[in-house]
Design a protein around this ligand. Structure first.
Ligand SMILES: Nc1nc2c(ncn2[C@@H]2O[C@H](COP(=O)(O)OP(=O)(O)O)[C@@H](O)[C@H]2O)c(=O)[nH]1
Ligand SMILES: [Mg+2]
Length: 334
């Protein structure tokens, strides 16, 4: 299967507008052969402004349009008319975007909250019109200045992830149980699903000692994409993970049918943000120690045409296989 790569870094070449030139002009009036200077100033060039917005979830927009250029300032005109300021250009990014200097890689700023803004390229100042040079002894000044060039700066944007891998499933599917078995984290097992909005992050260590972070996200429920039961908060964590592990309760403990759980999860994810379902994902069939699980698994395979990894998080069965498959998935996601 080929997955679309989740775009979490992007170069940005921000070019602010140049300032407009100042004007050299003289008043022309009836019966006044040589009027005084009246050249106006140039307008300021437009800024390029990064803005964190809630409906943006990846850097894909910037990735496909890395060159962002704001408008130049207008030239000053006669009659002391000021040139028009160049329009500021807003570039929308998701909250959690870090702005780094392209060359030094140094962190410049962090747009952590929706609504945060950062002027990443300042527009050039407008030039001065000749009206500024008028003195009692200098009645017809020709001096005026050009607008200053706008900033031209290259950045590297990085979207901070909550985790490399997110465990996703209905409440009680066994996400927290699985996390304790594949990482060093100790989330509460059987905890009330809405006690915390914050994901528990565990670290998985692979055989070559490289590591990946795994987030245990509170349970996803029907209608989560509409914000039911704090659903949006959970999905926000999921969307900032690189790949997903869907954990299915294969014993139907809470009276639901496992394959329907699977389709419901996918639907919630898709309704919330289409690109989440394009991310690499694994399906884990948990609670295989329960007597009903075998039959449900057969039905699940038929209905979904998938071959989920059968495990029992409680009895530590199939854990090595899950870890292996997570590692494979993680490596394809880079
Ligand atoms: N029989 C059985 N029960 C499990 C298994 N994994 C988890 N559970 C139980 O299912 C309940 C919910 O587990 P938890 O890990 O908290 O699920 P979460 O809500 O998805 O984080 C707890 O009572 C666990 O003991 C399993 O593999 N087999
Ligand atoms: Mg849990």
């Amino acid at each position: 299967m080929k997955f679309q790569k989740f775009i979490d870094t992007a170069p940005l070449y921000a070019k602010a507008g140049n300032g407009g030139n100042g004007c050299c002009s003289f008043r022309r009036e009836k019966f006044v052969p040589k009027g005084g200077p009246d050249g106006g100033d140039g307008g300021r060039g437009g800024h390029v402004i990064l803005r964190a917005v809630p409906n943006e979830t990846s850097l894909i927009g910037v990735y496909y349009a890395p060159h962002q250029k704001a408008e130049h300032g207008g030239f000053g005109k006669g009659k002391q008319m000021h040139g028009k300021n160049g329009k500021d250009l807003y570039v929308n990014v998701p909250a959690g975007t870090e702005v780094h200097n392209m060359e030094t890689e140094e962190l410049v700023t962090d747009l952590s909250e929706s609504g945060d803004e950062f002027i990443c390229a300042h527009g050039g100042k407008g030039g001065l019109g000749n009206v500024h040079w008028k003195t009692s002894t200098h009645q017809a000044p020709m001096e005026h200045t050009d607008g200053e060039p706008g900033d031209d700066i290259a950045y590297k944007l990085i979207l901070k992830l909550v985790a490399d891998i997110a465990l996703v499933g209905f409440p009680n599917a066994g996400k927290s149980s699985l996390l304790t078995k594949i990482s060093q984290a100790h989330p509460k097992i059987g905890a009330y699903p809405f006690t915390t909005l914050n994901p528990i992050i565990g670290t998985m260590t692979f055989e070559d000692y490289s590591r990946a972070t795994v987030a245990d996200v509170p349970g996803l429920i029907d209608g989560a994409h509409k914000g039911v039961g704090l659903g949006h908060e959970f999905l926000r964590h999921v969307e900032r993970s690189r790949c997903l592990v869907l954990v299915i309760d294969m014993a139907g403990t809470d009276g639901r049918t496992p394959h329907e759980d699977y389709f419901a999860l996918l639907k919630e994810l898709e309704l919330y943000k289409k690109d989440i379902v394009d991310r690499p994902r694994l399906v884990v069939a948990n609670k295989m120690d329960e007597p009903e699980a075998e039959l449900y698994l057969e039905e699940f395979k038929k209905e979904t045409s998938l071959d989920p990894i059968p495990i029992s998080a409680e009895y530590e069965e199939g854990i090595e296989e899950v870890k292996k498959r997570i590692e494979q998935m993680y490596r394809t996601a880079f």
